[in-house]
Write a protein that binds this ligand. Structure first.
Ligand SMILES: [Zn+2]
Length: 890
C-alpha cells in the first residue's frame, strides 16, 4: 500500500533533509521563474522527499504500469510544480494534503520530458504527496525501461542515465535532487527481478506472478535507478568480507541471460579485491548493502554504475575459461571504473550535469590506479598517460568543450559524455596527482568524499574542500585553469647552455593544428611542469605566466626533456638541437615519456617545426621500445597520416611501414605474455588492414574461413581468439567477397556470442562490394536489427571510400528512419557519419543535411560543429602527410 506522509518520520530521511538544507521557505529570492517550464535545471520551487513505487513489469508484455506515490516539498506557495515525465500515459493524479485527497492534473509540456502537475487550488509552502497512476510502452531502442529478446526469451531493463528515468517514472529526474526510493514490483513468478536494494519480501500471486518488495534505498538520484526483470541465470559470487572500514559482509551476486551464468565466474572472483582496493584508497566503506553484477543482453553503453546493481553490456564482462588478453584487460578497466562510481557519483553526486567530470573523470582516472594495485607488476599505471594523450585529438579543435561548461538545456546533456569529460579529466587529474604527490592529493580526495557522502557536490565545493584538505591553494588554481578552459596548452622550450649553466626559455600558448582558426595567444593556464635533463637534474614549477625562463647549474646536458614522467597535460615544442638530441636518445626515456615525445613530435611535424626526416627517425626509434603502448602510439599516428595521404603517397607510406613493422611482428609474436599477445594483434591488424601486407591478409582470411566453416569446412572454434575476431572477419569480408559476407550473416545469426556478433556486423559494414550495398541498407532499417547494430553498420559503411557516395545517398534519403532506428542516446551523434569526409563540398552537404533534418536529432549541434571542423582540418593536413611519404624510398 502507499504510505502517506508519516513515512517522512523514518530515520533514512534525516540525512537527506540536512544534506539538502531544505527548510520550507516562502522567500522570493529564487532566480527561477516558477511560471515558465524549465528547459534545464528544474529550479527550486519543489523537491522530492520520498518515492514509493509500485509497478507491474512483465517483459513478455508490450507495456508496464503502476503508481508512484511521490512525497515532495513545495518551497513557495504555488498552484503547480514542475517535474519530469516523458511519453507516460498518466491516468490519474491524486494530491494528498494531510488527511485530504484531491484530484490534480498532469501535462507533459516539453518534448524533452518536462511535465506540470497542477493543483486544484493554490497551496502554501509545505510537504505534500502526489500519487500518480500511469502506464507506458516498453522502449525498443535501449532507453528508459526497454525490452530485448535473446534466444526467444524476453528481458526488461532500465537505462536511466542521463535523463531517461523520466521515460518510466514521473519524478525529479535531475542528479542533485536525491531522495530515497522504495520499490514494489509485480513480475512473472519464474523470473528474477533486480533493483538497487535487497528484497524485503516476496508474495506468490495466483496469476503466475509474484509481488516483490524491496528495502528503501538511501537518498539517490533517478539516473542510478536499476530495474531488471527476466529469466536470468543467478550466480552467487564470493562474499565481500568485512574489513577495517566496514562491519558487514556484502553479498555479491551475478546475473546473466539464461545459459550464460558460468561466464560471470571471472568478474565475480575479482570483485571482492577490487572493492577492498577502493575502500583503502579512499578510506571509505563500500556504501551499499549488496552488490549485483548484471550482464545485460543489450545495453546502449559499455556499462552503467546503477547503485549496487552495476549493469554491463554482456560482451564486456562475460568471459570463457581462457580469455584473450584484451578481453580480460577490458573487463578489468570497465569494472574498476564502475566500482569507482560507487563513491564518485553514487555516494557523492554531482549537483548538475555540468559537473559530470566529478564522477566520470575521477572514475576514469581510478581505472589504472586500481588496476595497478590489483596487478602491481603489469604496468597498468601508463593508462593515465594513454588517456590524456587520447583526449588531445578532440581537445585540439576550436569547437572542443571545456571539461566543465554550462549546460542550459536537456538536449545538451549527453554532449558532456565525450573524451574531454573522461580522458582529458584523467590526464588533468593525473597531472595534479603527480605534481602535488599522491600522499597529499589522495587523502584530500578521500576527505572530499567523506565530507559530501550521501549528498551532492559541485565543482566549487570540490575545489574548496581540496584546497582546505591539501593546504595547497595552487592546486586549485591549476585545476581550474584546465577544467574551465577548453583546449590544450603547448609549451615552447628553447634550450641553451654555456659555462655550466642551462637556460630554458619557456612560452605557453594554445595548441592549434595546421588550418585551425584557434587564436593561440588568447588563453593562459597554470601548468604544473617538471623538466629533466640527461644528467638526472629535475626542475619543477607551476608556469602561471605567459613566458618565463628557468636556469640551473650543471655540466651541459645532452638533452632537456620538457615533460618529466609524461605527467603534464600539454604538448611541447623545442629547438631543433634539443629535438635531435631527444630523438637520438629515445631509449633514455620511460614509457610515458616516450609516448608524449611521439605525440609532441607528430604535432611539431604538422606545425613544420620538426623535419620529416627527424619524424622518421622518431618513428624508427619507437620500434625499439619494449613497451607495447609506445610502439602502438607511433603506429596510430602513422595511420592518421595514411588516412589523409593521396593515393601515391599511401602506397609509399604503407610499403615503408610494412617493411618497418613486419620484422617487429616476428619478434613480438614469440612472446606469450599478455603484452606480447596484445601488441602482436595490433601489429597484425595494422599490417594487414593499413600497411598492405598481403600475406597476412591471406592468413587472416583463412582463419576467418576456418572459424566460420566457410567453403563447406566444419567450423573450427580454435581458429580465432575473441581479440582476433574483428580484424580477421573484416579482411575476409573485403577479400573473399559477397559469398563470404552472406555466409557470415547466417553464421553470426546462429552463433550465440555477443563479441562475435558485434565484430561480424562491423566487418560486414566494411564490404567493398557494390552488390552488397543493398543488403547493408536493408539490414540498417530492418525491424529485427538491434539498434546498436544498425548504427555500427551504417557508421562503418561510411568509412569505406569506394562506396561512401552510395551510403551517403542512403543516409540523405532515409535520415528520419535511421535516426529512429539507432539508440536514442546516440541520435545527437549522427553528424559523425561524416567523419571520413575530407572536402569542402562534402562538408557543405553534411551541413545542409542537418539544416534540414537536425530537429530529428536534438543536441546534434556539438557533433556537427566538431565533425565539420575535422573535415576542414583534414584538407589542411594533406600536404604534410604527403611530404612525409615523399621522403621515403619507394
Ligand atoms: Zn562512468
Amino acid at each position: 500500500m502507499k504510505r502517506l506522509l508519516n513515512i517522512l518520520a523514518i530515520p533514512a530521511l534525516l540525512f537527506l533533509l540536512s544534506a539538502c538544507n531544505t527548510e520550507p521557505s516562502a522567500s522570493n529570492t529564487s532566480t527561477f521563474d516558477d511560471s515558465i517550464a524549465p528547459i534545464g535545471l528544474l529550479g527550486d520551487l519543489s523537491e522530492p522527499l520520498y518515492y514509493d513505487i509500485d509497478l507491474t513489469v512483465d517483459p513478455r508484455a508490450d507495456e508496464f504500469y503502476g503508481t508512484v506515490a511521490l512525497s515532495f516539498r513545495l518551497n513557495r506557495p504555488s498552484e503547480h510544480f514542475w517535474l519530469h515525465g516523458n511519453n507516460l500515459q498518466v491516468e490519474r493524479v491524486e494530491l494528498i494534503n494531510g488527511e485530504q485527497s484531491y484530484t490534480a492534473t498532469y501535462e507533459q509540456v516539453l518534448a524533452s520530458g518536462v511535465a506540470k502537475i497542477g493543483f486544484p487550488t493554490k497551496l502554501e509552502a509545505g510537504d505534500y504527496q502526489v500519487v500518480i497512476h500511469y502506464r507506458a510502452a516498453f522502449d525498443l531502442n535501449l532507453s528508459g525501461l526497454f525490452k530485448v529478446e535473446e534466444q526467444g526469451l524476453n528481458y526488461a531493463l532500465a537505462k536511466s542515465e542521463s535523463v531517461q528515468a523520466r521515460k518510466f517514472l514521473p519524478g525529479f529526474d535531475e542528479p542533485g535532487l536525491k531522495a530515497p526510493f522504495e520499490f514494489t514490483l509485480t513480475v512473472p513468478a519464474d523470473m528474477h527481478a533486480i533493483t538497487n536494494t535487497p528484497e524485503a519480501s516476496v508474495i506468490q500471486l495466483d496469476n503466475g506472478m509474484k509481488q516483490v518488495t524491496y528495502l528503501p534505498t538511501p537518498a539517490m538520484p533517478t539516473y542510478l535507478l536499476s530495474l531488471a526483470v527476466g529469466p536470468f541465470d543467478r550466480v552467487e559470487g564470493p562474499t565481500i568480507p568485512a574489513n577495517e572500514f566496514r562491519e558487514n559482509n556484502i553479498p555479491l551476486v551475478g546475473y546473466a541471460r539464461a545459459g550464460r551464468g558460468a561466464e560471470l565466474d571471472y568478474i565475480l572472483s575479482i570483485t571482492p579485491e577490487f572493492v577492498a582496493i577502493f575502500e583503502r584508497e579512499l578510506e571509505s566503506p563500500y556504501p551499499f548493502r549488496k552488490l549485483d553484477i548484471i550482464a545485460a543482453p543489450a545495453w546502449p553503453s559499455g556499462a552503467t554504475e546503477l547503485s549496487a546493481a552495476i549493469t554491463y553490456r554482456e560482451s564486456r564482462i562475460l568471459l570463457g575459461p581462457n580469455p584473450a588478453p584484451q578481453a580480460r584487460l577490458g573487463l578489468l578497466s570497465i569494472h574498476a571504473h564502475e566500482l569507482a562510481h560507487m563513491w564518485f557519483g553514487n555516494l557523492v553526486t554531482p549537483t548538475w550535469w555540468d559537473d559530470l567530470w566529478l564522477k566520470e573523470g575521477f572514475s576514469s582516472w581510478m581505472e589504472p590506479v586500481a588496476m595497478a594495485e590489483f596487478e602491481p607488476k603489469a604496468g597498468h599505471e601508463i593508462g593515465t598517460t594513454v588517456d590524456g594523450l587520447r583526449a588531445m585529438s578532440l581537445d585540439s579543435l576550436a569547437s572542443t568543450r571545456a571539461i566543465r561548461e554550462p549546460i542550459d538545456r536537456n538536449e545538451d546533456i549527453r554532449n558532456a559524455y565525450d573524451a574531454i569529460t573522461y580522458a582529458k579529466s584523467t590526464g588533468v587529474i593525473h597531472m595534479m596527482d603527480s605534481y602535488f604527490g599522491p600522499e597529499l592529493f589522495r587523502p584530500a580526495l578521500g576527505r572530499y568524499v567523506a565530507r559530501f557522502a550521501e549528498g551532492r557536490a559541485d565543482a566549487a565545493e570540490f575545489y574548496d574542500e581540496i584546497a582546505t584538505q591539501s593546504g595547497e591553494p595552487r592546486l586549485v588554481a591549476a585545476f581550474r585553469s584546465f577544467v574551465e578552459q577548453p583546449g590544450l596548452p603547448q609549451i615552447d622550450t628553447q634550450v641553451s647552455c654555456a659555462n655550466d649553466q642551462v637556460t630554458v626559455n619557456i612560452q605557453q600558448q594554445r595548441y592549434a593544428p595546421p588550418g585551425s582558426e584557434i587564436n593561440t595567444q588568447a588563453q593562459q593556464w597554470d601548468i604544473p611542469m617538471c623538466f629533466t635533463d640527461a644528467n638526472g637534474h629535475q626542475h619543477c614549477d607551476i608556469l602561471s605566466q605567459k613566458t618565463t625562463s628557468w636556469q640551473w647549474e650543471g655540466t651541459c646536458p645532452a638533452w632537456v626533456f620538457p615533460n618529466a614522467n609524461g605527467a603534464g597535460y600539454y604538448r611541447f615544442n623545442t629547438n631543433s638541437t634539443n629535438w635531435s638530441a631527444l630523438i637520438a636518445n629515445f631509449s633514455d626515456f620511460s614509457a610515458p615519456e616516450a609516448m608524449v615525445l611521439i605525440d609532441s613530435g607528430f604535432a611539431a611535424y604538422g606545425q613544420e617545426t620538426l623535419s620529416a626526416e627527424a619524424l622518421k627517425s622518431l618513428v624508427e626509434a619507437s620500434t625499439k621500445s619494449n613497451n607495447r603502448h609506445v610502439v602502438a602510439a607511433a603506429i596510430s599516428r602513422l595511420r592518421n597520416l595514411l588516412a589523409v595521404s593521396d593515393d601515391a603517397s599511401k602506397v609509399r607510406l604503407a610499403s615503408w611501414a610494412n617493411a618497418l613493422y613486419s620484422p617487429l611482428l616476428e619478434t613480438w609474436a614469440q612472446g606469450s605474455d599478455e603484452d606480447s599477445m596484445i601488441l602482436t594483434n595490433q601489429l597484425r591488424s595494422s599490417l594487414a588492414q593499413h600497411f598492405d601486407n598481403l600475406e597476412l591478409r591471406a592468413e587472416l582470411a583463412q582463419q576467418a574461413a576456418s572459424f566460420t566453416g566457410y567453403m563447406g569446412g566444419s567450423s573450427d572454434s580454435s581458429a580465432l581468439t575473441t581479440d582476433e575476431y574483428q580484424m580477421a572477419l573484416t579482411v575476409a569480408v573485403e577479400d573473399l567477397g559477397d559469398d563470404f559476407s552472406n555466409h557470415l550473416l547466417s553464421f553470426a545469426d546462429n552463433f550465440d556470442d555477443s563479441r562475435f556478433r558485434a565484430a561480424a556486423v562491423t566487418a560486414l559494414s566494411a564490404s567493398t562490394s557494390a552488390e552488397f550495398v543493398t543488403t547493408q541498407h536493408t539490414f540498417v532499417l530492418a525491424a529485427a536489427t538491434e539498434s546498436r547494430e544498425a548504427w555500427s553498420m551504417i557508421a562503418g559503411a561510411m568509412s569505406v571510400p569506394e562506396l561512401r557516395a552510395d551510403h551517403w545517398h542512403f543516409v540523405q534519403n532515409n535520415f528520419e528512419a535511421i535516426s529512429k532506428k539507432i539508440p536514442a542516446q546516440w541520435r545527437r551523434r549522427m553528424p559523425l557519419l561524416g567523419t571520413d569526409f575530407c572536402s569542402a563540398s562534402e562538408n557543405a552537404a553534411l551541413q545542409a543535411l542537418f539544416n534540414e533534418y537536425g530537429e530529428l536529432t536534438p543536441g546534434y549541434e556539438r557533433a556537427l560543429a566538431q565533425t565539420s571542423e575535422r573535415i576542414s582540418l583534414c584538407e589542411a593536413a594533406k600536404p604534410s602527410a604527403n611530404a612525409f611519404a615523399n621522403q621515403l624510398t619507394p
